[in-house]
Design a binder for this molecule. Sequence first.
Ligand code: ZN
Ligand code: ZN
Length: 98
Amino acid sequence: MRCPFCPFTGARGDVHAHLVSEHADGVEIWAISDSRRRYLVTCPVCGAAHEARVKPRSKDPDFLETFAREIRMVAYDMLLNHVTVEHPELMVTERSQR
Ligand SMILES: [Zn+2]
Ligand SMILES: [Zn+2]
């Protein structure tokens, strides 16, 4: 499948890892309170937004940095599920294009 943000193409797991490391700013994370965070991920293809609440297990600042990465992993998993259903044109493999 293809990355919805750029021409990067690979297996779903590769695209997921690519999104988490290369498109970190595609997921917005903000704090509601010390114990609550929300994230928002917007589909770059159609603009559909997915928002959810997440609860950190710790208030340790180092943990929150790790946690932000975990949130991006969850958020991009949601985005890839959306892309699989709504944007089959991105479900290409290198070999299918001839
Ligand atoms: Zn990309
Ligand atoms: Zn979409």
